[in-house]
Design a binder for this molecule. Structure first.
Ligand SMILES: Cc1cc2nc3c(=O)[nH]c(=O)nc-3n(C[C@H](O)[C@H](O)[C@H](O)COP(=O)(O)OP(=O)(O)OC[C@H]3O[C@@H](n4cnc5c(N)ncnc54)[C@H](O)[C@@H]3O)c2cc1C
Length: 386
């Protein structure tokens, strides 16, 4: 436990570091964020889905529980942030549809529906006209879908702007430089995303960069408007998603590659995303392509983040992989509990980094960040890639 006005150094000002910094400073701690480019990193690139259910993977029930617990916190988190920052963080509640393109994709969609029903999640099967009534932007070839009203979204860039403003309001200091070692403070919170591995030996073998490319488009005059909710699609066994933003804009993502710290956008990645999205939302072909970008997700060996004490005075808040935007409210609550010496939310217990040292995660799952494998533009099966 840190005294109420104790000093906290947060290394990394992405969505995780800024959320922790805002909550800790609002609770009375003296907080400094160290980051040469706060508000950037993977958080700036992300799609912004808050989607634990449509992200669910059989066998990763702890990830589903963690994501669901964080999603429950999102409405209050967004409302409090809007007040603290004096600006909207871009929280959207229209829900999500998942659609299948061909018969094999349909089988994959049915497996997802079965799994979600088994674990007690709310999904509604939609066919033909009912599907098109729900989401008129879908192309005529798309006949099978699931409605998942509880999976939401946020404009990640509006969110980061709001977090930076809220941090300023509660007196968080910004140190615009890169840390080569742990800064001096009563407690250091390590939230440097995919780069966290260099800052502590316990993270070196656990955190690896997982590259993702993403496109930002805008509906031009005369083109069919974008979908009103997030559309996730299985197309030829691959995943893509389209997340609406204000002003007729959409975010289209995302590829997934294990190529170390390479963050270049590739022509093949862009082509693949556009081809797949057009098959389910044909109007995309008419849209203006405003931006292509790539980011590095902080991957962990078991797809759970690392949230907890690494040693006295050093807390990890990293490894959020595909779900860092979703998991920001819960991570900030857990870090605040650790600073206060109170119990962490129960759903975050499986994310305790102690699992990496006490043998719960097999040695072969621990890889060094620079031992990345080859390039995998998309992974097979029901595995989405935000
Ligand atoms: C293409 C793509 C799509 C995604 N879509 C979604 C989605 O839809 N929903 C979702 O929940 N998640 C999504 N994610 C994942 C999400 O973006 C990440 O999990 C999340 O951004 C991680 O946040 P972070 O703060 O840990 O890391 P980052 O956002 O990467 O921030 C890390 C920060 O640390 C700083 N830093 C690094 N090293 C140092 C150092 N030595 N000293 C000081 N500062 C340092 C960097 O400058 C950076 O600002 C997506 C990711 C990608 C790439």
């Amino acid at each position: 436990m840190v005294p109420r006005n104790g000093s906290i150094a947060v290394v990394g000002g992405g969505v995780i570091g800024l959320s922790c910094a805002w909550r800790a400073a609002a609770a009375g701690f003296d907080v400094t964020v160290h980051d040469p480019a706060p508000g950037r990193g993977a958080s700036h690139v992300a799609g912004g889905m808050l989607a634990p259910v449509t992200e669910a993977i059989p066998g990763e029930e702890d990830v589903l529980a963690l994501g669901s617990a964080s999603l429950l916190r999102w409405p209050d988190f967004a409302a409090e942030l809007a007040v603290a920052a004096g600006r909207e963080p871009g929280f959207r509640t229209e829900g999500t549809v998942v659609v299948a393109h061909d018969p094999a994709d349909r089988a994959e969609l049915d497996r997802l529906a079965d799994y979600l029903t088994r674990v007690g999640r709310e999904v509604e099967v939609l066919r033909g006209r009912a599907l098109h009534r729900t989401e008129p932007a879908l192309g005529p070839a798309v006949r099978h879908g699931l409605s998942v009203p509880g999976d939401l979204a946020v404009d990640n860039r509006a969110l980061l702007a709001a977090l930076l403003a809220a941090c300023r309001q509660v007196g968080v200091q910004m140190q615009p430089s890169r840390c080569e070692a742990l800064p001096a403070a009563d407690v250091v919170v390590l939230a440097a995303g995919a780069h966290g591995g260099t800052l502590h030996p316990a993270l070196g073998a656990a955190i690896r960069p997982v590259k993702g490319e993403i496109l930002r488009l805008r509906a031009r005059r005369g083109a069919l408007p974008p979908p009103s909710r997030t559309v996730r699609a299985i197309v030829g066994g691959r995943q893509c998603y389209v997340v609406p933003r204000d002003g007729g804009r959409v975010v289209l993502g995302a590829t997934q590659y294990e190529v170390g710290f390479d963050d270049a956008v590739t022509a093949g990645g862009v082509r693949c995303l556009l081809d797949d999205a057009e098959r389910v939302l044909p109007a995309i072909a008419e849209y203006a392509l405003e931006e292509t970008s790539a980011g590095l997700r902080p991957g962990s060996p078991d797809n759970l983040p690392l949230i907890g004490e690494l040693e006295p005075g050093v807390i990890a808040a990293t490894g959020h992989n595909r779900n860092g935007i979703l998991l920001a409210p819960l991570t900030a609550d857990a870090v605040l509990a650790l600073l206060r010496g109170t119990p962490v939310p129960p759903e975050t217990r499986p994310a305790d980094p102690a699992r990496l040292t006490c043998g719960q995660v097999a040695k072969e799952q621990l890889t060094s960040a620079d031992a990345s494998q080859g390039s995998h533009p998309r992974s097979p099966g029901w595995r989405s890639e935000p």
